[in-house]
Design a protein around this ligand. Structure first.
Ligand SMILES: [Fe+2]
Ligand SMILES: [Fe+2]
Length: 418
């Protein structure tokens, strides 16, 4: 931290005297600049709101702060961040209460005594035992001039009320906060669009064959559980999720007569079916993945590679199979074993684990199988919640890629005497 800023920080902590006013104003500006820079670098809306609430209490010497966001579709304001109150999300209609009024009018409301204002709702105070006194409520205005959010600072410390200086401070912070919030909202929308797009792609694949109905969705949930069990988090989990959703996307290029063939596939047909993994990689290469998600197609395309190098489509040696693909492979096997198929019932978790144990080493990564064991409680819970997506008895499409995949697994299981 530069010496200047450190000095400002120390000054902030010092008791305030009348003669300090100029210095305090300077340090406030310094703090606003600091906060603004920080806000611009935060892209997660929740984290951003938390940071803004923190900065508001600090800048205004307030006891508490809440940031509301306007939900135009529902005509409500909501807040996930209410610093110091310990309450979760608050929702209320635009136009109702003090924050709702500010959202509707775009005008600042500064009241020294909340209980003297008829718009104030004392219910939360009654529930929590807190006593609200002064309130400064300020609109956050977006680029198109509409109110996108509301800052609310509660109880100026030292039993004073908020003054015009505080209003000015909040207006400086509000302008840059609005830009940061709009950016974060835009990013969240794009992310949601991206997520729903790949979910839709996965659904279209699963819909082609009733035998594999819900397969991609289940493999994704299992892969997430196993990934967490291996210590993955954040971006690594996001990549794993995307790759698992899309792992069988190449099936789109497999003709129906193979995909939906009743009974087992012969060797020639099985060779043809194997191409789906390669196709997955080829098709996904056309998608412009966000920079930090670039290896999703690789993870997805490697889901039938094996640790002994006998997998497909490349027959890669273990060291070239990425961790994400090893996890998707285990999740894929887990679903093939635990879900019912025309030639086998749904296997119990014990039997599934037994078979997967025999596959550890030559087919599956032993470290991933160990994580499956460790995560068994979560997997069991996830499996229960997904049973409704299983193919039903009597569904058509009894021959499938899963058949081919499983016959290979059954061979492995048989060889191990299970
Ligand atoms: Fe596959
Ligand atoms: Fe699969």
């Amino acid at each position: 931290m530069p010496a200047e800023r450190r000095a400002a920080g120390e000054r902030r902590g010092a008791p305030r005297r009348k003669s300090d006013k100029k210095v305090t104003t300077g340090s406030k500006l310094d703090l606003i600049l600091d906060v603004t820079r920080r806000l611009m670098s935060i892209t997660d809306l929740d984290a951003l709101l938390r940071d803004m609430a923190q900065a508001t209490t600090q800048l205004l010497d307030a006891d508490r702060a809440t940031i509301f966001i306007v939900d135009r579709e529902k005509n409500e304001i909501w807040s996930r961040v209410a610093l110091g109150t310990g309450v979760g999300e608050i929702r209320q209609p635009v136009g109702v209460g003090i924050a709702g009024t500010v959202a509707a009018t775009g005008e600042t409301v500064n009241i020294p005594d909340a209980y003297a204002d008829p718009r104030f709702n004392p219910e939360p105070d009654k529930r929590s035992g807190y006593r609200t006194r002064s309130l400064l409520t300020f609109p956050m205005t977006g680029q198109n001039g509409r109110v996108i959010g509301v800052f609310q600072a509660v109880n100026k410390k030292g039993r004073e009320s908020f003054n015009p200086d505080d209003e000015e401070t909040l207006s400086s912070l509000g302008a840059s906060a609005a830009v940061a919030v709009e950016n974060a909202q835009l990013l969240a929308e794009q992310k949601r669009l991206w997520e729903t797009l790949i979910e839709t792609l996965a659904v279209t694949i699963d819909a082609r064959d009733q035998q594999t109905a819900g397969h991609s969705q289940r493999v994704t949930r299992y892969a997430e559980v196993i990934g967490r069990g291996m210590g993955l988090s954040g971006l690594e989990l996001e990549k794993l999720r995307a790759a698992a959703l899309l792992h069988d996307y190449g099936k789109i290029a497999v003709r129906d007569r193979f995909l939906q063939k009743p009974g087992k596939l012969d060797d020639v047909e099985f060779e043809y079916m194997k191409a789906h993994a390669e196709r997955t990689g080829e098709f996904l290469a056309h998608l412009e993945f966000p920079h930090d998600m670039r290896d999703v197609p690789v993870i997805a395309a490697q889901h039938h590679e094996r640790m002994d190098g006998k997998g497909y489509p490349r027959g890669l040696p273990a060291e070239r199979i990425v961790l994400g693909a090893r996890i998707v492979a285990a999740a894929d096997v887990f679903d093939a074993l635990t879900a019912p198929r025309y030639y086998k019932p749904a296997y119990s978790l014990e039997k599934t684990l037994e078979i997967m144990d025999t596959m550890a080493g030559d087919h599956l990564d032993p470290a991933v199988v160990a994580a499956v064991r460790r995560s068994m409680k979560d997997l069991e819970w996830t499996l229960e919640s997904l049973k409704h997506t299983w193919p039903k008895p009597g569904d058509e499409g009894m021959g499938s890629l899963q058949d081919a995949e499983l016959s290979e697994r059954d061979r492995a299981a048989k060889a191990a005497g299970t």
